[in-house]
Design a protein around this ligand. Structure first.
Ligand code: ACO
Length: 332
């Protein structure tokens, strides 16, 4: 038997951002900070925030529909939907709601949680289903509403995050456009970045008590996460480039998880990738977690920066700790 169409191509993208915009100036009236501090330490100028009635599945569905339209296929063609998120509307998962909202009745749908690495982990997961011949058309969405889970009194975290969703369509093709990848985890540093269950006892009967569902707001050791990112991200990109058998000179675009401009600059410098190849939109949106890479990708495709055949390095990093890189050529 001749196996055909086991290559992977990313053929469409979409994104969605909530309308509400909070700039640094306004934020500095809520918490003891300043536009100068936030902009100089992070590069962030403003962020989009979902209101209490918006859902991750709602913004994810808008992004997914746009990606499906760009790929020129029907929702009925979709075999698999992966929602990379850490902030699902429902702890049982939100991907099935997206399946209904976009009318992808033939698709199986599930959530994947790997924090800000979720998009890259999702891309690698999708590629396994395609390369084994199981599925032909996958929608991968990175979507997060972290504004619900930050302590708005904690200036060390609340200035960093924003909300949004980005999506791609990944399709089976003859010639493989996913050139290489590497994904990693290190649980020994798990306590650097958490959005964790807050134990609260609920006595049931004498001798038996259970916990009550509740989460603490995001806690982060910013300095450790910074150190981890500037060291580990270049390593993982180097490994993925090696697997792809290409050099940094052959890279057209570097799309890193949009956490901090200083991290983007340091990683690009270590890899010798010039700044005009580094895509950055964190000034407008802050850190949107799993959504940041696909939002940046979608914007760059739609504004004509990224063209068919361009070689892209995408790298995510974050809680877990998790990190990873994928090298792919845009389009078919
Ligand atoms: N406004 C004003 N001052 C502030 C603020 C603020 N928003 N936040 C902290 N400060 C103060 C601190 O209190 C400290 O004051 P002190 O010296 O009097 O104690 C001073 O500024 C310096 O604080 P640092 O934490 O040392 O600041 P740093 O330069 O390390 O920048 C930052 C902090 C921006 C968080 C940086 O460490 C960083 O970007 N780390 C990586 C974070 C990251 O990428 N996280 C996301 C991962 S993605 C995910 O998985 C969700």
């Amino acid at each position: 038997m001749i196996l055909q169409n086991l290559g992977v191509a990313i053929t469409g993208s979409g994104s969605a951002l909530p309308a509400n915009c909070l700039d640094n100036e306004t934020l500095s009236k809520l918490v003891d900070t300043s536009d100068e501090w936030i902009a100089s330490r992070t590069g962030i100028r403003q962020r989009r925030l979902a209101n209490s009635s918006q859902s991750v599945s709602e913004i994810a569905s808008i992004a997914a529909k746009d990606a499906i339209a760009m790929a020129g296929i029907s929702p009925l063609d979709i075999d698999l939907i992966i929602l990379a998120t850490s902030t699902a509307d429902d702890l049982f998962g939100s991907a099935c709601q997206i399946q209904t909202q976009i009318g992808a009745t033939n698709a199986v749908a599930f959530d994947l949680t790997a924090a800000c690495s979720g998009f890259v982990f999702g891309l690698v997961t999708a590629a396994q289903f395609i390369r084994t011949g199981v599925y032909q058309n996958v929608v991968l969405i990175g979507g997060d509403i972290l504004s619900r889970w930050v302590d708005w009194q904690d200036r060390s975290t609340c200035v960093l995050f924003g909300d949004g969703a980005g999506a791609v369509v990944i399709q089976a093709t003859e010639s493989d456009r996913l050139l290489g990848f590497e994904i990693r985890s290190d649980g020994t540093q798990n306590n650097c970045l958490n959005l964790s269950y807050s134990p609260e006892s609920q006595p049931l009967t004498p001798g038996i008590e259970v916990g009550k569902g509740n989460f603490k707001p995001i806690t982060m050791n910013g300095k450790e996460v910074y150190r981890f990112a500037v060291q580990r991200v270049p390593e993982v990109i180097d490994k993925a480039l090696f697997r792809a058998n290409i050099t940094t000179e052959q890279v057209d675009w570097l799309i890193l998880h949009q956490a901090n401009q200083r991290i983007l600059d340091a990683v690009a410098q270590r890899l010798n990738i010039p700044s005009h190849k580094v895509i950055s939109n964190l000034a407008s949106y802050g850190n949107t977690s799993a959504a940041s890479i696909p939002i940046a990708l979608d914007e760059a495709v739609r504004n004509g920066q990224i063209k068919t055949g361009d070689t892209i390095v995408a790298s995510g990093f974050g809680a877990g700790l998790t990190w990873g890189a994928a090298i792919f050529k845009w389009g078919i």
